[in-house]
Design a protein around this ligand. Structure first.
Ligand code: NAD
Length: 341
């Protein structure tokens, strides 16, 4: 017998960290799907989210608070059916810069959250993890979800720890958890991040800045920010037996940095770019990932290619968007946190 799944219209979804790069794309999609959405986000980067357009939806609520406050959490959870966890200190550089805050948010805070959700009548909890957990591997191999993890940074080690703690709750909590290991994202978001490889390289080459590229032959999987969001929607509407305490790699294709650079140059009206290649091992990560499981179980395939993402960023830059990048790097990337944490 076909299992019944609540329709998006009957859902109230709490997006923790919903004013970040991915959340700013996911939240409008959830609203468009008919869901009621509450975003809990403390605007760690003093970002100025596009709350105005979201408020046009009666079904949207924004709570500008820290997810580690239980009183606030209880308020945010009122009537909520599903939770998406996107919050945290995201990326290796910022976690290296603020190791104590990174631990408090990405590990201690997350472990508290997943315990706290028990008994709250939730249906689904989706935790955003990362393909960075695979770290480094021999070339020619594609890591599936069972591939041994090899986290190389505090950021990835915290994700692995939270994943393990979530899996240990299987059959012990009253909600259905799903872990998504996201590829490195690219593409436009109303909270833009130019500290992500494709976005960063595209912006720098557009402005003919000198681009320093280390280890150009290292591989990574990439995925458009809208596709990452669409994967979450798929999970929310899948039958629970397909996603119950499952892990899914989410992404499209694997590329090395040189391939990304070539794709950007192919869309520029000039070829005289200034690129400095170095072999410094700043970041050891080098991994390729398989997305077969999410295709087989949920029929999920990305809609947007790397070329699409580069094109939309170049178009936005041509239109003069992000003209204030140099004056406000923190507005467009995870550079420094405000004094709320
Ligand atoms: N962007 C990527 O390439 C990528 C790749 C793999 C995994 N992920 C995962 O996806 C998730 C979202 O990534 P993103 O790129 O949108 O990051 P982001 O930094 O843009 O967004 C994180 C959001 O969390 C909020 N936040 C941080 N601490 C908070 C707190 N204590 N209380 C409330 N809100 C808080 C921030 O204000 C921010 O809006 C993260 O969990 C990240 O690890 C992202």
């Amino acid at each position: 017998m076909e299992e019944s799944v609540s329709s998006m219209k009957s859902k109230k979804i709490l997006v923790i960290g919903g004013m970040g790069y991915i959340g700013s794309v996911l939240t409008p999609l959830l609203l468009e799907s008919g869901a009621t959405v509450c975003v809990l986000d403390n605007l760690l980067y003093q970002q100025t989210p596009e709350v105005k357009s979201l408020k046009a939806y009666q079904r949207f609520q924004f709570i500008n608070e820290d997810f580690r406050n239980d009183i606030i959490l209880n308020r945010a959870l009122l009537g909520v059916t599903d939770v998406i966890i996107l919050a945290g200190l995201v990326g290796d550089p910022i976690c290296k810069r603020y190791p104590t805050i990174a631990k408090a948010l990405n590990e201690v805070g997350m472990l508290h959250l997943i315990q706290f959700f028990h008994g709250k009548q939730l249906e689904r909890v989706v935790f955003a993890s990362t393909c960075s957990n695979y770290g480094i591997m021999k070339e020619g191999i594609l890591a599936d979800e069972d591939f041994p993890l090899n986290p190389l940074s505090d950021y990835a080690r915290a994700k692995v720890s939270v994943e393990q703690n979530i899996l240990a709750l299987k059959n012990k909590v009253d909600y259905c958890a799903t872990i998504v290991r996201f590829s490195t994202a690219f593409g436009l978001s109303s909270r833009m991040r130019f500290d992500l490889t494709i976005n960063d390289f595209t912006r720098a080459l557009f402005f003919k800045e000198k681009l320093s590229v280390f280890d150009a032959q290292t591989w990574r999987p990439y995925c458009h920010v809208k596709d990452l969001s669409l994967a979450i929607l798929k999970i929310l509407s899948a039958p629970s037996h397909k996603i119950y305490f499952e892990i899914f790699n989410v992404g499209g294709n694997n590329y090395n940095k040189q391939m990304i650079i070539d794709k950007i140059i192919a869309q520029l009206p000039y070829t005289d770019v200034d690129i400095e290649y170095t072999q410094k091992i700043i970041d050891q990560r080098n991994y390729c990932v398989s997305f077969q499981k999410i295709l087989d179980c949920l029929s999920f395939e990305p809609m947007y290619s790397v070329e699409n993402g580069i094109y939309e960023i170049l178009t936005a830059l041509n239109e003069g968007r992000f003209h204030d990048f140099r004056d406000h790097p923190n507005k467009y990337g995870n550079v420094s946190v405000n004094d709320k944490v």
